[in-house]
Ligand binder design. Sequence first.
Ligand SMILES: [Fe+2]
Length: 295
Amino acid sequence: MSLYNSIWNSFKDKYELPRKVRNIVKLDFEYFKNILSEDREDDLREIIKNLYLGDFYLIKNSFKKSFLDRIKRDCYNHFENIPTSFHKMTEGTPDFHRQIDLEIGKKYSFARCSHSYYFYRWNDDPINLFKEIDTKWRLVKKLMGLKFNEYEDNTPKNGVVDRVQLVRYPSSIGYLEPHSDPYKFQKLFISGYMSKRGHDFNGLGFYLIDKDNKIVQAEDYIDVGDLGIGFATVQHGVAPVNTNIKPSWNNMEDGRWFLSMYSNQSDEVQKRHTGYSISNKINIADAENYQIKPA
Ligand SMILES: [Fe+2]
């Protein structure tokens, strides 16, 4: 068994799956990369233990702002004249984008409203994002006890596939209800932050939920280029931003952008493993103060 898997396994029987955030921890990307490249056991044990206990890590300075700005622009331009559509994760699925309005968004396993752009490895990478994203994603895969390039050659018939999602949450209406993500094939949620509070948007944005069911705001600590990782089952969500601004589906500069890297079980699999919404299961304290859903 690999060093990484033996560390994960040593905590598996000791701790339950974490549901609530404990601390927000900052690490610099170069430092994080060295721990992984050198397989530094004590540091790895510390990080994995903290993840098991619900810590959310912000790996600072992971992506260059220029890269994120470029893919945002190229993504917007590439899909500008392609109609909004939806495709299940089945063999041969194209890259696509979908304007998920408040009504359509209710049909998802966690309710949402966003303009989402989806990219798969078996297509031709029209905006050239995988090469750079993989320099981060591969490290996190290694941290999770996977092969650094696990799933990369998979297509839906193999069961689990990598998917990159670029998301724009339009002002006022963009949101993602609090949820727990699927964890079986990818233990951690992996986020790239593309917008800065106070500069690109105002409002709550990304948040986590703590042991008292209180909202823990995260955007104060987040800069463009950070990589966010947390145990997939730690509950989190996205609240509307710019609540005094009218939303636009056709303005790239409106709202808050976000990058997601996820290895999902495909729709070729019966009874696929998914996450679940928690908004009906708990009563989130302070929700009114923070406005976690569109008004
Ligand atoms: Fe999530």
